[in-house]
Ligand binder design. Structure first.
Ligand code: ZN
Length: 784
């Protein structure tokens, strides 16, 4: 008996070993479902940000436009000056009154932050490679002491992006907007605050470095203004104000590409302060921050009625650590669920276009409401909403790009899982959704800085033939007083081939895929207010409810309603033939974006293997030899250097990144000299052309990304794999292994247990929660 017992123990200890071994190899535990629907406001930015006031408590009490003291003065550039902003900066150092990052305690930040800081204004860096690093020239620049009566600027808050300000003369200030992070420009959006002005004081603001050649500021658009004092006294909220507004060619040249000698554009406006001790915010349009979105979603989900139809899910985490969410809205009754149609809305691919968020908010608010129309839509459709595709850009004050410096709405053809996670996962998600049910409508919400009114870009092979693609646009325009059908265009533009609209249209064969644009201004020279944007969202839903056939009717074969699609097509046929001309394109590919190769360099690890170092030495040596002028060979040299710098599968050995253990985050900005050396090799060609040709042959880039992906995954695994403490306890009939995971934040101290139970006693001995854990494991690798 005794020996028998011992034998049992022996064999069980062998089993134990096996179990232990298997347990240690298990992938990290899945996150449990969230306990509460609302989440803590958790906004991650590259630098510490101050809280913004609670703008917009209600949307109806807007100041009606009263004194429209606008008069556009067309001004031309002052001569043929060849000055850059860097020259300006040097000449006016003594007048510097504000610099964004001087206000922050940067001393505590790790060196890895260079990745972000170093390239905030890449063109500055290009001219003076050392200028931009923390602790170096630009950051060490001492501010002139500000007299207490002088006005003070601030932009260290969410979506803020004033880079620096100079006092030009009494009541005249020159401002420079921060470039989109990791780009050479993309400056159009602005958001900053001013304090310390006296009541009645009029100040002229010159924003020196806008990118676009045209602007609605010359047609009557005024900056969005929010005065804290005015809000306290009169309850006024965001309004349009400012006068003597003009937008014209700046005397300063764009730093990139210098050879083309292109100029920036300058916005000038005057504003008269109404109160003493006031803080006044100025922006391109009414800001809508990531915090605003999270607060709005939380109120929706706190509402017992609304949260019946609404659920939220994490789509992915962005490069900056923010959460990108996908919402589902549909009726929670299971009746005829299979017949419901799919509808997808996207917003804020472009962070500097807050209109998209207001329209999205209007849509969500309407769809979760208890109106009959909303109920009808929920019964007949399943809505998937991506309310903020680019939270990083929004948080950090970008206009077009994410942290990695690329326009997300040009990445839909082949999004990179690690560089463009929100696009990668959204595309995957929508594709999966389309397999599950028919998607009838996709709308990507944007803001337009050069055209008035709201309108859509649609897809069609011919701009002449009135096809089904136009039907929903016409219907929306009929129901929405803010939408202008003649402004809509239906084309497949080569330049926009990689947008969400064209890619989804091509790949999923959905007729109604639109980019919905809302003007920064308004229509017929009247400013849009926030409620107008919200109403645009409501009208989109109204139009949809007109055209979605009641699936219950379809089911019972009683479709006796007039066919709206047919009506619209007939109406389209009667309209005069027009050739869609989109002269005010808002989304041409910007040369301010870094090329893929530059991105590779930017995100490249700093560590090299000995083999690589040797190669680089060789490279240096080769460079000293006279280079043939043949552009092809220059490209080859460049390729070779990138190939070497970017570990690829071909470099037979282990990639250097994995061979050297990472101590810290690896992505570091490359030494700037390097960038310049590569340039020196591409003699007489203008840099832009060489960039382009290399860009098309992106094999190495992809190879490198694959490598980077693998590394990142490994890193992720290391950082996310919790420390597992495995305990064993045994009683007569139960041997229980308890796994305590103790590192990941999302875990909430999760404890898994696996019990090897002799049958029959199971129910008595294990609590229900443990049973659930067992069920959880029953499907996993461990049990099978
Ligand atoms: Zn846009």
């Amino acid at each position: 008996m005794n020996s028998n017992n011992n034998n049992n123990n022996d064999s069980s200890s062998e089993d134990d070993m096996q179990v232990y071994e298997t347990l240690t190899k298990l992938p990290p535990a899945n996150d449990l479902l969230p306990r509460k629907l609302t989440i803590d406001i958790d906004v991650k930015s590259l630098y510490p940000l101050k809280a913004l006031p609670q703008f917009c408590k209600n949307y109806v009490s807007f100041l009606e436009e009263s004194t429209h003291r606008h008069c556009a003065i067309q001004e031309t550039a002052a001569g043929d000056e060849n000055r850059t902003l860097l020259d300006y900066y040097d000449e006016n150092k003594q007048n510097l009154v504000y610099k964004r990052f001087d206000q922050l305690d940067l001393g505590k930040r790790t060196t890895n932050d260079r990745t972000y800081f170093a390239t905030l204004i890449a063109n500055f860096k290009r001219a003076q490679p050392k200028v931009f690093f923390r602790g170096e020239a630009l950051f060490d620049q001492k501010l002139t002491s500000c007299a207490s009566d002088q006005i003070q600027f601030d932009s260290n808050f969410e979506s803020g992006n004033l880079f620096c300000a100079f006092k030009k003369s009494e009541n005249v200030y020159d401002l420079i907007i921060q470039n989109d992070i990791n780009t050479r420009g993309n400056t159009q959006w602005f958001f900053f605050s001013v304090t310390g002005a006296k009541a009645g004081q009029t100040i002229q603001f010159n924003l020196l470095n806008h990118l676009k050649s045209g602007s609605l500021f010359n047609e009557g658009l005024q900056p969005a203004v929010y005065s804290l004092k005015d809000n306290q006294i009169n309850g006024s909220e965001w309004c349009r104000d400012g006068f003597n507004i003009s937008y014209f060619k700046s005397p300063f040249m764009k730093e990139y590409p210098l050879s083309l000698k292109r100029k920036y554009y300058q916005l000038r406006f005057h504003y008269t302060f109404k109160h003493n001790d006031d803080k006044v915010y100025f922006a391109h349009s009414y800001p809508y921050t990531y915090t605003n979105l999270l607060e709005f979603l939380n109120t929706q989900l706190d509402d017992q009625e609304r949260n019946q139809h609404l659920s939220r899910k994490v789509l992915c985490t962005t490069l900056g650590g923010n959460t990108c969410e996908v919402l589902t809205i549909t009726s929670n009754s299971l009746q005829r669920r299979a017949y419901r149609k799919g509808v997808v809305f996207l917003a804020r691919q472009h962070p500097g276009e807050p209109q998209g968020s207001y329209v999205m908010q209007g849509i969500i608010d309407f769809l979760t409401s208890n109106t009959p129309q909303a109920e009808y839509l929920r019964q007949n459709c399943i809505f998937k909403l991506f309310p903020m595709m680019n939270p990083d850009g929004v948080v950090n004050g970008n206009y077009r790009c994410g942290l990695e410096g690329s326009d997300l709405n040009r990445r839909w053809k082949k999004p990179n899982k690690y560089l463009h996670p929100s696009v990668y996962y959204a595309k995957k998600y929508v594709k999966g959704f389309s397999k599950e049910r028919q998607i009838i409508l996709v709308i990507d919400l944007h803001g337009h800085s050069r055209k008035q009114s709201s309108f859509v870009y649609g897809c069609a092979y011919s701009s002449q033939v009135k096809t089904i693609e136009r039907v929903f646009a016409l219907l929306m325009a009929k129901l929405n007083p803010f939408m202008d059908y003649p402004s809509c265009t239906f084309r497949i533009e080569n330049a926009k081939d990689k947008t969400a609209r064209i890619q989804l249209w091509r790949e999923l064969k959905i007729n109604w895929v639109y980019t919905y644009e809302c003007s920064f201004y308004g229509q017929q020279k009247k400013h849009y207010q926030i409620k107008d944007y919200l109403n645009c969202g409501v009208s989109i839903c109204n139009a949809l409810s007109q055209i979605v056939k009641d699936t219950s009717k379809e089911f019972t074969n009683q479709a006796n309603v007039p066919d709206i699609q047919q009506q619209m097509l007939e109406e389209l046929g009667k309209m005069p033939q027009t050739d869609d001309q989109d002269n005010g394109s808002d989304s041409s590919q910007s040369e301010a974006e870094l090329s893929d190769d530059e991105l590779v360099q930017l995100f490249q690890p700093k560590t090299y293997s000995t083999k690589q170092k040797n190669f680089l030495k060789q490279q240096e040596f080769n460079k000293k030899k006279p280079q043939p002028v043949n552009p092809k060979s220059t490209i080859n040299t460049q390729k070779a250097s990138i190939l070497q710098e970017s570990p690829s599968k071909n470099s037979d050995q282990k990639p250097p990144m994995s061979s050297q253990k990472p101590k810290n985050t690896l992505y570091r900005i490359q030494a700037p000299q390097r960038l310049r050396q590569v340039e020196q090799t591409k003699l007489p060609d203008p840099p832009l052309m060489v960039d382009k040709s290399v860009q098309t042959d992106d094999w190495m880039y992809r190879q490198w990304l694959i490598q980077m992906g693998k590394m990142k995954k490994q890193q992720e695994f290391q950082s996310f794999t919790p420390t597992r403490n495995i305990y064993k306890s045994s009683s007569q009939s139960v041997t229980r292994f308890i796994v305590k995971n103790s590192s990941t934040k999302n875990d909430r101290g999760r404890v898994d247990s696996i019990s090897l139970v002799t049958s029959g006693l199971q129910n008595k001995l294990i609590s229900s929660s443990q049973q659930r854990q067992m069920m959880r494991y029953s499907g996993s690798n461990f049990m099978s």
